[in-house]
Design a protein around this ligand. Structure first.
Ligand code: MRU
Length: 344
């Protein structure tokens, strides 16, 4: 069930749905070089951890596709491309994972000619793009925890727009809905960039799921009123101990859910788990422009000289997480041990 394609490769270019314009405009942009890709990532025209993984993989190919010269120089060009794109957004590990997959493919096939190496780089990126089974499996496993009648709160956008399939947290909801379960979903608007209001409600409505949009500061009251039975969100990077970075506000939600004894789930592909990082404090957190908070649609909403702190993500400590929903099944505590089993 896909009503849109957030990113696809067409002949010699990437075509992306500009997510900054949704839900008012569905406009596709063509990306032919890494500078345009960099801008699209920084501005959140493409966003969401798994989609950034795919963008990163195609980015490596974009960086080398017009290269002419010997193999050594090709490898140099590849490294430059990776280093450049790595500066775009630091938190979602998938961006680095996607680029690394293509790098590994090239490094493992150095007996090939330059043109052949470029070709396998493109093929590797396409393989990642086509892997919508990951989302479907997350949806399938996750839908088992959804009751015949259930209500879920979600944050930011972890839907089809954030992946090449039909999402992570939203995949669970889509699948449960397809199975005929009666769902009510509360969606945090997700200030400052409103991914919940603009993107998640758009996706859920297209799927025909009953949806209520709330301001971020209403989550506590809907929990207290018993309107929410579960929280399911996505992830940008999970440390080996289960600490999880996700959109700013996830931490507060986890504390609220804990206080109200509401289970709190993280839906993510295994590629979002960064086993090289021990705990959440080591996850780099992106800080974004003050303008995102100081203005709404270009209109200033705070006095001049207002100081701003604008972290784009926060970290949910592992002990506030009930389980991870992955394409390999549900993972319960102890996370340190059980997450590791996913890659054994
Ligand atoms: O800043 P964004 O919009 O890229 O943040 C996205 C999120 O925080 C998502 O919840 C996360 O990437 C998971 S997407 C399946």
């Amino acid at each position: 069930m896909m009503f849109f394609t957030p990113l696809k490769w067409e002949k010699d270019k990437l075509v992306i749905l500009d997510q900054t314009l949704l839900p008012l405009k569905e406009k596709y942009l063509e990306i032919r070089d890494i500078e345009t890709l960099f801008e699209a990532i920084v501005k959140l025209r493409i966003r969401g951890a798994p989609l950034l993984g795919i963008a990163g993989a195609f980015g490596v190919y974009l960086g080398i596709k017009d290269f002419r010269g010997d193999k050594e120089k090709l490898l140099k060009k590849m490294e430059e491309t990776i280093n450049y794109l790595a500066q775009s957004r630091p938190t979602a590990v998938n961006l680095f994972w996607g680029m690394e997959r293509v790098r590994k493919k090239i490094m493992g096939n150095l007996h090939l000619h330059v043109e052949e190496l470029k070709e396998i780089a493109l093929k590797e990126a396409q393989t990642i793009e086509e892997d919508i089974r990951t989302s479907q499996k997350i949806g399938e496993y996750g839908s088992e925890i959804i009751l015949q009648e259930d209500s879920v709160l979600t944050h930011c956008n972890a839907g089809g727009l954030a992946t090449s399939g039909y999402g992570t947290a939203l995949a669970v909801l889509f699948k449960a809905h397809e199975k005929g379960k009666k769902l009510v979903v509360y969606v945090d608007e997700t200030r400052p960039l409103l991914q919940g209001a603009r993107l998640t409600t758009w996706e859920l409505q297209k799927a025909g799921i009953e949806t209520y949009l709330i301001c971020d500061n209403m989550a506590g009251v809907v929990m207290k009123e018993g309107k929410v039975k579960k929280v399911i969100i996505g992830a940008d990077r999970v440390a080996s101990n289960g600490d999880t970075a996700n959109k700013i506000g996830s931490y507060s939600l986890a504390i609220l859910a804990h206080y109200h004894s509401i289970p709190f789930y993280i839906a993510c592909p295994v590629s979002t788990i960064d086993f090289s990082i021990k705990e959440g404090k080591d996850i780099p957190i992106e800080e974004r422009s003050p303008e995102e908070i100081l203005t709404i649609k270009g209109e200033r909403i705070a006095p001049h000289n207002t100081k701003v702190y604008n972290p784009a993500f926060d970290v949910v400590p592992y002990h506030l997480i009930t389980a991870f929903i992955t394409e390999k099944g549900l993972v319960y505590p102890p996370f340190e041990k059980n997450l590791h089993k996913l890659i054994e």
